[in-house]
Design a protein around this ligand. Sequence first.
Ligand SMILES: Cc1cc2nc3c(=O)[nH]c(=O)nc-3n(C[C@H](O)[C@H](O)[C@H](O)COP(=O)(O)OP(=O)(O)OC[C@H]3O[C@@H](n4cnc5c(N)ncnc54)[C@H](O)[C@@H]3O)c2cc1C
Length: 345
Amino acid sequence: MTERMAGVRLAPYTTLGLGGPAGAFVEAGSAEEIVELVAAADRAGEPVLVLGGGSNLVVADDGFDGLVVRVASRGVEVDGGRVTAQAGEDWDALVERAVAEGWSGVECLSGIPGLVGSTPIQNVGAYGQDVSQTITGVRVYDRRAGEVRDLDARECGFAYRHSAFKADPGRHVVLAVTYELAAGGLSGPIAYRELATRLGVGLGERVPLARARAAVLELRRGKGMVLDAADPDTRSAGSFFTNPVLTADEAAELERRSPGFPRWDMPDGTVKVPAAWLIENAGFPKGYRRGPARISTKHTLAMTNPDLSATTADLLDLAREVRDGVLEKFGVTLVNEPVMVGTRL
Ligand SMILES: Cc1cc2nc3c(=O)[nH]c(=O)nc-3n(C[C@H](O)[C@H](O)[C@H](O)COP(=O)(O)OP(=O)(O)OC[C@H]3O[C@@H](n4cnc5c(N)ncnc54)[C@H](O)[C@@H]3O)c2cc1C
């Protein structure tokens, strides 16, 4: 276990490059260390922030007055198609390995930053896949019960960019995640039109895993959604807003205001609307700037800190302007996807 350090600035540990100091900061190299550190902090009444890759976090300029536990536990165990990875494993390295080994189920999640332990939190997803399709178990430290528990997929309560972990923030510390992957070298059925088009196949067709990964990475790079120190558009937390899911009544109201708006009709009668379309059509084009914070020049959903000169307050001012503009124009309230630490939108 590394030493507790005081006053460590969190900005370099986040992909936005934002965030003030931590009261105390420590790196935990194993599941046992994570449990020990979090349990001790809980006993002492010290607030805890579990930090993965910092790619879905907006940390206040004042920082976090408590203990930051940076997850650095490593190890991957393979048992048939069942792959169990420790929380501190790099997510994309695991996807790359799965593709190389011919295991299918996570190939469309290529290029997503962050660590394995964070993937169940918001049910990480992209291009027609999300981790709820492959996760069969999550080992957690339940801070309320003070014990390590193994949760099955049902107990994880997965939904679109949501889970039981997100619904009850801070209660569970993810220690390891088990994914059930299929052998055979082919991707799952391609379920996302833009990806199918790029691959030159029909929806529902399968392609070799390496082709799927390459196409996803190419699409993501074009949108500034693969971390790249040379690309200022990637100094973001990914999509800043989730795609709103409207009730039938809300969708009818939006249709009245904006006939023919783009929509995905969901099986339960709700309607998902692309947040990027709402933002762009509310008058916020790609590259829109407010002070040092900017909407990505490649994708309206990403709020960025392009030359690392913004503060968290600057970024949130931009995000609020966008949220309020969309509400005024369309009557739809955008909700932030990244987790706010010590601040709110
Ligand atoms: C360029 C870019 C592209 C992105 N693209 C996508 C995308 O396509 N799809 C998508 O779903 N997301 C995307 N994201 C968001 C982000 O990468 C994911 O949410 C990722 O899973 C976050 O992982 P992390 O390790 O960086 O988590 P962090 O940002 O460190 O933490 C996020 C939250 O999870 C909690 N947490 C972290 N680790 C644990 C743990 N072990 N136990 C309990 N809680 C924990 C933290 O406390 C925090 O609340 C993108 C982000 C960026 C910057």
